[in-house]
Design a protein around this ligand. Structure first.
Ligand code: ZN
Length: 420
């Protein structure tokens, strides 16, 4: 009886709304205006990005560049399967050059304008070059498979194309952390010590069978904090970036790692792959229907008449770019739902509500902290800072008695605080 009373009074003594407000109010004035402006500007980027893409692909068709590249591939080799691979070279290269001003603006100048980037222009171009190389190889493989499918199955390529896309996406997800990400960043085994011990303790408690913790030197690109748990079977590994390590305290690190373990344990990558497959099925069905119509009407002018001609790639890309805008909005909600699930999982796993709220505040440096409901619904791929702090404080109110006595009150944790 007395125990129950104590629990009730503790819960009553903790005002979730006031505790949430205490955190949110620490982001004020110019800093809040800057984060709002950065994020609101981002609402339009997918739309303008799609437009930039569409114009580039249209240029390739209108000036018959695409037809010329396809003709060149046809002269170089008579092997049909090799032609789309050759075509991929100028297609990817020129495509990247046409959209270079846009990439520079979104990835470099805009990031600097808001103080999010740690890169100089030379470093940015070096990474642009590396990713262009990766892009050429992956586009070559992808186009070779898709056009083979179109040639072999003129009536069912939308189906086999979807199957191929699903398989290739799965391979990419598996391969990227091992072969692609190390091209840009260095992964170093984390130093032994209390932070590593705590991360592994939580991981083992959640039955994640690994002892590998890596630190990624993300600070060479960005100020953002981030982490992930990736791999399957023997390749499972935990990684956190140096920004998280340097800008947070133990409570914050535990909160973030609990969240990342949530993604892993809740199979979000696999679910994402399933959603992607559904979206690509829709994409293939629509292109199957629309691309031949576009070629029938404009093919003469573009010098591309057959869907099976690799020169039709820009036509596909235009249709997919248009579909990508509503698709992206839909996908935001899927991802935001996963993020919210990982948040709930992370609070249970790490048991650091104030560490989690502190991290939500740090992430609000570039994510509008208190959006309208419709903004969060349409444009957020993660819950807003307010949603996350509120969730953390609700968890705290429910588990007040389990927390260290000095934390059983409304407080605002900052990274400088030595927590736990
Ligand atoms: Zn997440």
């Amino acid at each position: 009886m007395s125990l129950m009373l104590a629990a009730a009074s503790a819960a009553q003594g903790f005002d979730v709304e006031a505790a949430t407000r205490a955190y949110l109010d620490t982001l004020q004035g110019a800093a809040r205006a800057k984060s709002d402006a950065y994020f609101e500007g981002g609402y339009w980027l997918p739309l303008w990005g799609a437009l930039v893409g569409i114009i580039s692909y249209w240029i390739m068709l209108r000036f018959r560049w695409s037809a010329k590249w396809s003709g060149w591939a046809d002269r170089v080799t008579k092997r049909k399967w090799l032609q789309p691979m050759l075509y991929a070279l100028p297609f990817t290269l020129i495509g990247a050059l046409l959209t270079l001003p846009w990439s520079l603006y979104t990835d470099y100048f805009r990031e600097h304008q808001y103080g999010m980037s740690n890169q100089n222009l030379a470093e940015w171009f070096k990474e642009f070059g590396i990713m262009l190389g990766v892009g050429i190889v992956t586009t070559a493989i992808f186009l070779a498979i898709i056009y083979a499918v179109i040639r072999k199955s003129p009536k069912r390529w939308w189906l086999w194309g979807t199957v191929a896309t699903a398989v290739l996406s799965a391979i990419m997800i598996l391969v990227a952390p091992v072969f692609i990400e190390p091209l840009l960043n260095k992964y170093t085994p984390m130093q032994a010590g209390p932070v590593r011990d705590e991360i592994l303790r939580i991981a083992h408690e959640q039955k994640i069978p690994t002892n590998d913790v890596y630190v990624v030197d993300a600070s060479k690109q960005t100020k953002r904090i981030s982490a992930n748990v990736a791999g399957i079977g023997p390749t499972i590994r935990i990684a956190l970036n140096d920004n998280l390590l340097n800008r947070s305290n133990l409570a914050g690190i535990k909160a973030v790692m609990g969240h990342e373990m949530g993604h892993y344990k809740l199979h979000h990558i696999q679910k994402l792959l399933a959603y992607l497959t559904i979206l690509s099925l829709i994409g293939f069905l629509i292109t199957y229907w629309v691309v031949p119509k576009l070629l029938a009407r404009h093919g003469e002018q573009w010098g591309v008449r057959e869907v099976s001609d690799p020169g039709s790639a820009p036509v596909f890309m235009i249709v997919l770019a248009i579909l990508g805008v509503p698709g992206g909005i839909l996908f935001n909600s899927v991802i935001r739902h996963h993020e919210s699930e990982a948040d709930a999982f992370g609070l249970e796993a790490a048991r650091e509500p104030d560490g989690f709220a502190m991290t939500a505040m740090q992430l609000s440096e570039y994510r509008k902290i208190e959006p309208a409901a419709w903004e969060e619904l349409l444009f957020y791929d993660h819950p807003s800072g307010r949603t996350r702090v509120h969730m953390a404080m609700e968890w705290k109110a429910k588990h007040l008695d389990e927390l260290p006595p000095e934390q059983r009150k409304i407080m605002v944790m900052t990274p400088e605080m030595k927590a736990n």
